[in-house]
Design a protein. Structure first.
Lengths: 66, 272
């Protein structure tokens, strides 16, 4: 399963990752920070990481144990 | 897993000062990706910027960096390059910085073919000072200094660079991150004046004035407002006017300024 690394201090809640995720995996919470709300649906396409202007979200394919 | 590009950022300076959704962060990352691919070291690469939101990029990059005066990044960079031609010198500039106050430095840098790679962060506006129109604000778009829409025609900075003598000219956008990094890498690999226009979104000063404050929607508009050059070339003229071509727009050979100056050094009796 996808493994996310989120550098919360860098996230500005711009919503770019949310808008470009093809599987509705992400949301911006009431504090204006990105949250992974549907990790199972993630296909690790990397769109969120590629487009984040703040280098706040990273996604990797999980290992066998994930 | 920590990404390899992180080492090129001054970690203690992040998060950066740009607004939520600002395209400057994406363009900066594309510059770093290109530097990493080109294999430049942090010790032989100098980043020079002018003044503006975009010009703040140099402060986040862990290289030898110079944050100079408004419009004057190219002259400073020319000095660095002429003093030590072995250095890789990269200029980061904005549409105001490069084509308004710095317009003459820009065309003469091209004319001299100084071996620099200049990345223009084109957000179509003066972001830092609150949204005044720049020479690259599209006709009809609003700015604080053009509340009814700009009547001026915008510069096409790529055509300007080519006409003035730049030997590598390319364009891409903050939507096309990997393509943008490739275009910048092409500039780093070329000898002579390399110019890359990176179209990007300013949701705060441009977007809010033009009914498009959502940064993701602005990125989609960037995506839809351009076309790869090979396909664009085949469009009829009236269709070409609706989109910008992206890709390498001009590539030619001409002696760069430091090499040309070597002939002067030679004639004057050689290096001490
Ligand atoms: C000599 C001088 N004139 C004017 C200014 C004010 N000023 C600061 S940034 C800027 C415009 C920057 O616009 P642009 O280059 O497009 O960069 P952006 O902020 O949009 O990234 C101006 C006019 C200045 N700093 N110095
Ligand atoms: S794109 Fe980056 S800064 Fe914007 S909401 Fe997503 S993680 Fe946060
Ligand atoms: S004003 Fe515009 S260019 Fe400046 S940081 Fe904000 S979004 Fe970016």
């Amino acid at each position: 399963m996808a493994e996310f690394t989120i550098k919360t201090a860098r996230c500005k809640g711009c919503g770019i990752c949310v808008a470009f995720c093809p599987k509705q995996v992400l949301e911006v919470d009431e504090l204006g920070k990105v949250q992974v709300v549907n990790r199972e649906a993630c296909i690790v396409c990397g769109q969120c990481e590629l487009r984040c202007p703040d280098y706040a979200i990273f996604v990797d394919k999980g290992g066998a144990t994930a | 897993m920590e990404r390899s590009f992180e080492k090129y950022f001054r970690q203690n300076r992040l998060p950066h000062m740009w607004c939520p959704g600002c395209g400057n962060g994406i363009v900066t990352k594309a510059v770093i990706m290109a530097i990493e691919k080109a294999g430049f070291s942090q010790d032989n690469t100098v980043i020079v910027s002018g003044i503006g939101c975009s010009s703040r990029a140099s402060g986040y990059m862990d290289f030898d960096t110079l944050h100079t005066a408004h419009g004057r990044a190219i002259p400073f960079a020319t000095g660095v390059k002429m003093a030590n031609p072995d250095l890789n010198v990269i200029v980061l500039t904005g549409d105001g910085d490069c084509t308004a106050i710095g317009g003459n430095h820009f065309i003469h840098g091209c004319r001299r073919n100084v071996d620099l790679t200049v990345v223009l962060f084109n957000n179509n506006i003066y972001g830092m000072t609150g949204g005044q129109a720049s020479p690259m604000t599209p006709t009809g778009k609003k700015a604080t200094t053009a509340p009814y829409g700009a009547i001026d025609r915008p510069f096409d900075a790529c055509k300007l660079a080519e006409a003035a003598g730049a030997t590598y000219v390319a364009r891409s956008t903050a939507f096309h991150v990997q393509h943008l990094a490739d275009m910048i890498k092409g500039g780093l690999d070329s000898h002579g004046f390399s110019f890359i226009e990176a179209m990007c979104q300013c949701p705060t000063a441009f977007g809010r004035n033009n009914k498009m404050a959502d940064p993701a929607k602005m990125m989609m508009a960037l995506r839809d407002g351009v076309m790869m050059k090979a396909a664009w070339d085949k469009l009829p003229a009236e269709k070409q006017a609706e989109r910008f071509p992206i890709g390498v727009l001009c590539q030619k050979e001409y002696i760069d300024y430091a090499k040309a100056y070597d002939t002067v050094i030679e004639k004057a009796g050689g290096r001490a």
